[in-house]
Ligand binder design. Structure first.
Ligand code: NAD
Length: 389
């Protein structure tokens, strides 16, 4: 099967981490008989320098024709003095809006090899985990294009008061919940809706919509938490969660909280998903969003959660694993290639088991022998691990 991937390396360490990610994808292609065609596009600071704007029209239009988009990172100090609408980060908002990606998926799992990076005690990590082992493996699905960040806002005439408005339609809530249910179907089949339905009318609509929809997904266990309790439970017992679905504002805060528990920004991948893929292989294989057990098969934008890290750019020391794991999410959610996605994740685990560490994750294992490697060497090690699977 052929797949077209819009590739936006971006600025700073962006190109350094997307290069190993595409090399890993190519190795997967060789092993499993797929062809990944990359269409390299400019966005962010690079595009400002060459085209005078962070998101040239051509970039967005071309990206829309592809099956998925893989992005490194954008931004850097040289563009920080530009007015807001010309800043590199505008490219991210433009891409998300232009591609219509309304669900942001952020996995947060504690890798045993990086146990010491998690600030929680062993007994907390063990007590909350169904398997009785220290750890957690959760996925936050955040609504990305609605709610208070997009609602009406303003100030009174004398500037002494201000307001922001949270508005959600049933349709907006339902589509992000369906994404959550589809993800839960391919995981541990648990979905927790986080809201503030005891106070907010918009949250009551979230809960009503979820209660009605949950009947369609009888094989998934649906639960509900108020956001204040959810924030506490993430610290008290993160192992109880599988998939959390929530609004834009609550998801923004909870996903940052969860990422701190994993302790390493260079390891965290993300996916932003929209409607059905245009020509993706998964759709042709019949693996579209249909029921809780199917893969998603949707257009998506995949990126590590870290930024362009100008302080370490060009030094071959950036951790490429977040970008590589973002590519794995692309295989799983846009192309329906679960076996291939899992192969990448197993490969990453294998290199960590072997003690290989980029500088940002060194000394987090709490013992054992470690070897410090650079960006390129880490990428090559993942490819070698794939080949020996
Ligand atoms: P950052 O994530 O770029 O860096 C924060 C810290 O983490 C730095 O010390 C950096 O060296 C380290 N770090 C980040 N990624 C790493 C990796 N893969 N391996 C090893 N260390 C890593 O955040 P920042 O410094 O606040 O922002 C730098 C620039 O990136 C800014 O212009 C910001 O606007 C932009 N940014 C872009 C995105 C994006 O493209 N999605 C996200 C966040 C920030």
């Amino acid at each position: 099967m052929n797949y077209s991937i819009a590739l936006v390396p971006g600025d700073g360490i962006g190109p350094e981490v997307t290069a190993p990610a595409t090399a890993v994808l190519d190795a997967i292609g060789d092993k499993y008989g797929h062809i990944f065609n990359y269409v390299e596009l400019e966005a962010g600071g690079r595009a400002i320098d060459s085209a005078g704007e962070p998101l040239p029209k051509e970039t967005l239009e071309t990206a829309k024709q592809c099956d998925a988009l893989l992005l490194g990172a954008v931004g850097g100090p040289q563009w920080e003095t530009l007015p807001g609408h010309l800043r590199p980060e505008r490219a991210l908002l433009g891409l998300r809006a232009g591609l219509g990606v309304f669900a942001n998926l952020r996995p947060a799992a504690l890798l045993p090899q990086l146990r010491a990076a998690c600030p929680l005690k062993d007994e907390v990590l063990t007590a909350s985990n169904a398997e009785g082992k220290p750890g957690f493996d959760l996925l936050i699905v955040r609504e990305l294009t609605g709610g208070i960040y997009f609602g009406e806002q303003g100030r009174s005439a004398d500037g002494s008061s201000a307001y922001d408005t949270e508005t959600y339609s049933r349709a907006e809530i339902e589509r992000v919940l369906r994404t959550g249910y589809a993800a839960a179907g391919s995981r541990r089949k648990k979905l927790c809706v986080v809201d503030k339905a005891n106070v907010l009318e918009s949250s009551r609509l979230w809960r009503e919509t979820a209660q009605a929809l949950s009947r369609e997904y009888a094989d998934i266990e649906t639960s509900y938490l108020y956001v204040d309790n959810a924030a506490m439970q993430l610290i008290r017992a993160p192992g109880q969660f599988d998939v959390i679905v929530t609004s834009n504002l609550f998801g923004d805060i909870l996903s940052d909280e969860a990422s701190v528990l994993t302790g390493s920004i260079g390891m965290l991948a993300s996916a932003s998903l929209g409607g059905p893929a245009k020509s993706g292989g998964s759709a042709k294989d019949g693996a579209t969003v249909k029921d809780g057990s199917a893969v998603l098969g949707v257009m998506g934008m995949y990126e590590p959660i870290h930024g362009s890290a100008p302080d370490i750019a060009g030094k071959d020391i950036a951790n490429p694993l977040a970008a590589i794991l973002s590519a794995a999410m692309m295989l799983r959610y846009s192309f329906g290639l679960e076996r291939e996605a899992a192969a990448i994740e197993t490969g990453v685990n294998a290199v960590l088991d072997a003690g290989l560490r980029t500088r940002d994750i060194a000394g987090r294992s709490g013992g054992g022998t470690e070897k410090i490697v650079g960006t390129r060497e880490m990428g090559e090690a993942v490819i070698n691990a794939l080949e020996s699977q």
